[in-house]
Design a protein around this ligand. Structure first.
Ligand code: SF4
Length: 178
């Protein structure tokens, strides 16, 4: 990988922070999956979320088969955190950045395993569970769906995702092998 080129390209995007690190540093926890099961309305509604993504152990195995990780973070200030359409717009912008970074890695001949935010929003109605995913090549499972402890990442890299004010913070992970 031409990392210097990639970093120059990353700096041109609306990314507030990016970090390269070994995938083995990710912390996986069944507690994250428990929160998916008990608190997330997306649970069991999409191929991008549990249980469709497999057990935490299977997700961990898949993630660790890509030895390198690139974390990208975007932050957007919104007027009102209760304003769901405005909030979702910031998510779409983050997804766009994630797709761009995915493309940059592909340009370097690298096919990463991409994890992004919440559930997939590509189709108006997800094919789950009646048929296979329609766009598996561009469908990004949610970071948390893998059982990954995002708070550990935030702490390790000093990302204040509970930042004061009406700031929305989104994370994506691109796992890859050079
Ligand atoms: S691409 Fe479509 S079918 Fe696949 S996970 Fe996303 S919404 Fe569901």
């Amino acid at each position: 990988m031409d990392r210097a080129l990639l970093e120059r390209q990353l700096r041109e995007l609306p990314i507030v922070q990016y970090e390269f690190f070994p995938t083995e540093q990710l912390v996986f926890s069944d507690k994250v999956r428990y929160i998916c099961e008990t608190e997330c309305p997306q649970y069991n509604t999409t191929w991008a979320c549990p249980p469709a993504v497999g057990s935490v152990a299977a997700c961990r195995e898949r993630c660790l088969s890509y030895p390198q990780a690139l974390l990208i973070v975007t932050m957007t200030e919104v007027e009102d955190l209760e304003n769901m359409p405005a909030l979702l717009k910031t998510r779409s912008a983050h997804e766009e950045v994630t797709r761009t970074v995915h493309g940059l890695l592909r340009e370097q001949g690298i096919e990463p395993y991409v994890l992004s935010t919440e559930s997939c929003e590509i189709c108006q109605h997800c094919a789950y569970p009646d048929g296979p995913c329609r766009r598996p090549e561009v469908m990004y499972p949610c970071v948390e769906s893998q059982g990954i402890l995002v708070s550990d990442l935030a702490e390790r890299f000093g990302i204040d995702f509970m930042a004061a004010g009406n700031v929305v913070t989104w994370f994506s992970l691109l796992l890859y092998e050079e």
